[in-house]
Design a protein around this ligand. Sequence first.
Ligand SMILES: Nc1nc2c(c(=O)[nH]1)N=C([C@H](O)[C@H](O)COP(=O)(O)OP(=O)(O)OP(=O)(O)O)CN2
Ligand SMILES: [Zn+2]
Length: 128
Amino acid sequence: MPKWKLVTEFTFDSAHYIKDYDGPCGRMHGHTYKVRLEATSSTLHSSEYCPHPVMVADFKTLKWAKQDVTKGGLDHCVLNEVLPPEYETTAEMIAKYIYDQTKQKLPAEVQLKVRVSETPNSWVEYQD
Ligand SMILES: Nc1nc2c(c(=O)[nH]1)N=C([C@H](O)[C@H](O)COP(=O)(O)OP(=O)(O)OP(=O)(O)O)CN2
Ligand SMILES: [Zn+2]
């Protein structure tokens, strides 16, 4: 079946520490997190901003996490204070958190893959 794959990337800057980590990553420090989202669908949809079914998903919807934390995003926050306690602030769990939150904003048939990079050399991908 023909389908579209939509890709968008953005960054946000936040602080975190990994609880009980034996090393520097256990102390508060910051990253410019780079996020890459892939959304795949064989049908097009309307969005919060556009009433016509012309998008896999609205880029604006997908990029919610780049907004300032006071506007519902993850930019300029302490991730340990913003993510629910069941999400540790590893790249793995930040990717799952972004996946879980983004999925709630999309039609169910849109498939999603989330990549989170803490540094240019290390990243993780999450999908289910
Ligand atoms: N599997 C994971 N391992 C580690 C994570 C993670 O999210 N998932 N996170 C950290 C720390 O947050 C740390 O800040 C990042 O560690 P590291 O990649 O070693 O960062 P460096 O800047 O030191 O990278 P270099 O390439 O060594 O300069 C640790 N582990
Ligand atoms: Zn870190």
